[in-house]
Design a protein around this ligand. Structure first.
Ligand SMILES: Cc1ncc(COP(=O)(O)O)c(C=O)c1O
Length: 448
């Protein structure tokens, strides 16, 4: 029989996912509930998961490199987290009132995140960055914000422009809102000139390891220089550690790089795989949320939120943070990621394919095309040419690679992914083998 091609293999191998997608498309725009889950011809539908693996509705098994969009440093259903959440489930999921778990959860954040003096919980990372910017604007009295090219901080109006979904401004955001945000390259000279010129900059926000979870890295020394610059001028320095927090080190990039932001935004690992986010940082800035004494002048920042510090998320979050506090899970995940990056680069070398697999900590990106790696080795994003990385791969080739890997039991998160501490060396070996098969399939199809 003639080879069927990557996409046809995928369609033939996933009939139940195909039919669920047809059903989904009738009630969900483009059939999905998160932009990054959209995939042509259709996404796979997951039935259940355990550890580092997932099974779809067609009974196919995957090594999971999505890890809950980065939330699952401990993998799926880690017993410590599951037990804590199960116990809480039986005690009630929403008290509509204060509870001890929220205090314990905040205490863990303050203990682990170096710059955290006080904490305010939100339901997501998007809400956390929105609140951090509002706190900064209220504290400084200045509405202007600096964000960086391609840095992603969620989908609210102030940060949606020029984020990972492209260099454009998405529709639906008023010009007056966009005017408050200066979008700059990682260039301290330009940051300085913009601050001088505008005179209204109250906050700088940065994805701590670089755009798209470190895929476009922050040059060494930049965070420290940016912190010093902001401190000198009374600008609130916000590190977005939604992905890097609790992953790069227990205390995030700020611990690893010894940087002290004024505010930090957190989510993902924070809540152990349940919904949740937080702003943490300087008590004087966070004081903007505090109720005023009777008779005092001024106004507080309002912050309701039905699911703020939800007991279920809090219980899972406390269990997770206690488990990951000593740094061993981060080290294991990062070591495995290094092995994976080196192994995948070995495939490119042996097959003579242009490209590089690189990353920091327990994250990786597969970039086919562009640079060629000279040997089977691991590459830190900061040692590669930023412009080449920013130019990226070819979308259609990347799509085929994703399909070819799914056909072989590996699920990437876009063009890369992250690891958990429960991935194994067998998972790495199987992923390298699947990658080898996938790139050969792409070559056979003329896509390489
Ligand atoms: C760096 C960063 N900030 C903020 C967010 C938004 O978080 P959430 O998806 O919880 O709204 C994300 C999500 O991936 C992120 O990667």
């Amino acid at each position: 029989m003639a080879p069927m091609g990557i996409e046809q293999d995928f369609v033939d191998g996933h009939p139940r996912s195909a039919s669920l997608y047809a059903r989904a498309s009738r009630v969900l725009p483009s059939g999905v509930t998160h932009d990054s889950r959209f995939m042509r011809p259709f996404p796979v539908y997951i039935d259940h998961a355990a550890g580092a693996h997932k099974w779809d509705v067609d009974g196919r098994q995957y090594i999971d490199y999505v890890v809950g969009h980065g939330a699952l440093l401990l993998g799926q259903n880690h017993p410590v987290v599951t037990e804590a959440a199960s116990a809480q489930l039986l005690k009630g999921t929403h008290y509509g009132g204060s509870h001890e778990r929220e205090i314990e959860w905040a205490e863990e954040v303050v203990r682990i995140v170096p710059s955290a003096e006080v904490v305010r919980f939100t339901s997501s990372g998007t809400e956390a960055t929105l609140m951090a910017l509002r706190l900064a604007r209220a504290f400084t009295g200045k509405p202007g914000i600096i964000k960086f090219h391609r840095h992603f901080h969620g989908w609210h109006d102030y940060v949606a422009a020029n984020s990972k979904y492209g260099d454009h401004s998405p529709p639906g955001i008023p010009e007056s809102t966009l005017d408050t945000v200066a979008i700059l390259p990682l260039d301290l000279g330009m940051v300085g000139a913009t601050v001088e010129e505008r005179g209204d900059i109250g906050a700088v926000i940065i994805e701590s390891a670089g755009a798209s979870s470190g895929q476009l890295p922050v040059p060494r020394g930049f965070l420290q220089a940016l912190q010093a610059f902001c401190n000198e001028r009374g600008i609130v320095f916000i590190m977005d550690e939604v992905v890097t927090g609790f992953r790069w080190a227990p205390g995030g990039v700020q611990e690893a790089e010894r940087v002290t932001p004024d505010l930090t935004t957190l989510a993902k690992i924070l809540a152990g795989g349940f919904p949740g986010g937080a702003v943490a940082g300087r008590a004087d800035i966070m004081q903007g949320l505090a109720f005023l004494d009777p008779g005092a002048k001024g106004q507080k920042i309002g912050h309701p939120g039905t699911f703020n510090a939800n007991p279920l998320s809090a219980a899972a979050g406390i269990a997770c943070l206690r488990e990951i506090a000593d740094g061993s899970h981060q080290q294991r995940a990062a070591a495995l990621a290094g092995q994976l990056r080196a192994g995948l680069n070995g495939v490119l070398c042996r097959r003579g394919i242009h490209g590089v697999i690189y990353g920091q900590s327990s994250a990786f990106r597969v970039l086919i095309g562009g640079p060629t790696v000279p040997e089977e080795s691991d590459y830190d994003a900061r040692d590669l040419d930023w412009d080449v990385l920013a130019a990226g791969g070819a979308p259609e080739r990347d799509r085929l690679l994703q399909l070819a890997l799914l056909n072989r039991g590996v699920q990437l998160f876009g063009t890369g992914g992250m690891l958990s501490s429960v991935h194994t060396e067998d998972d790495i070996a199987a992923s390298v083998q699947a990658f080898d098969g996938a790139v050969c399939a792409l070559r056979d199809e003329g896509a390489l």
